[in-house]
Design a protein around this ligand. Sequence first.
Ligand code: ATP
Ligand code: MG
Length: 398
Amino acid sequence: MSAQRVIIIHHSEIALKKGNRSFFESRLCANIKRSLADFDDIAVQVDYGRFLLFIPDSCDVERLIDRLRHVIGIASIRNAVKGDPDPDILKEQVFEFVKGKEFGSFRVDTHRVDKHYPYTSVQVNEIVGARIRSATGAAVDLTNADLVIKIDIFNKCVYFAVATFAGERGLPVGSTGKVVSLLSSGIDSPVSSFLMMKRGCQITYVHFHSFPFTEKSSYYNALELVKILSVYQNSCKIYFVPLADMQKEIILTAPAKLRVVMYRRMMFRLADSIAQLEGARAIVTGDSLGQVASQTLENIAAISEAVRLPILRPLIGLEKEDIIEIARRIGTFAVSTEPYEDCCSYLVPLRPETKAKLSEVHAAEEKMQKWPELLAEALANAKVEKIRFPPSGTWDAI
Ligand code: ATP
Ligand code: MG
């Protein structure tokens, strides 16, 4: 019989949250199970603040590890094998495991959580290390070894591993609450959604479109982006909200220079209503200070004033290059740079206001008496899509 293969997962910040630790752990555990829904026969066990995944021989470990690298809240993933608690047997098992590998130097790094285990970490390092050194001739290097053999001892069990992978870190999705994220099909908003997921938020997406005034490309791009992001949050909803009638009314009744600010105030009001429906406590946008006309301090103030929910802008201080780097890493950049017509660019004046005055905005809204009715209509005509990853199985709310 071959050795029992085990994936050892360490989580990242959860350990810091003393009182809430079990809540965060069970959230992460549920998220791990969800993201592995298409893998068969995996047993999950929580042990000393680590997660152990017992996997069958038939498991595609590379695919499994790749999947786990997208689970937010995981700090590291160790591809391990269960060993014998007797160090004299263990050293032979480790040797068998590493003997085909090429390495000039190595280090054994034992971590003993189980203090009842009769050997110290240093003793295990020495026993296993001596066997590897004499059999292979490789040198011990404590700082920069070619091969690091990790040995974990907990709950009377010993596990050893030669490969550790970095996880995405952050707080488990869903552990800090629900938010509504405004998703255009540009570069910034998928990144802002991702960064809030990393702070534990469960996202409901909202995309506004001006169909039939603009073509439908932004709709399809937004849907594609949500599919890409669903590797981080396995079940999600996106609301597609028609803004065309509202925009027509703004164009007819308000000063041209205020159009963008007014479109945005309406977008935030609609997002606020969706947040009430979804039990979300904040609205997220991809605004970055000074990036475009609607993102000056004055306009941000004039837009934010339309709603009472907190507005989170995780990109506010980032430069475009930094945002692009994250977009490339999470895989949204290619879709975000496909051409699309955004509703906010619909009939935008040549010189939009960059320092909107609230008194002028209020006066324009007062003149436009139909807006509460148009908001209700837009909401009633919104279409909701549900996305699930992995796609097999039924959609389930977190
Ligand atoms: P992105 O900011 O996503 O790259 P963009 O730069 O075209 O797209 P901006 O004009 O910078 O968009 O808009 C700022 C923010 O407003 C976006 O990051 C997004 O949160 C929100 N937003 C803009 N257009 C839409 C839309 N059509 N639907 C939903 N949210 C939108
Ligand atoms: Mg932008």
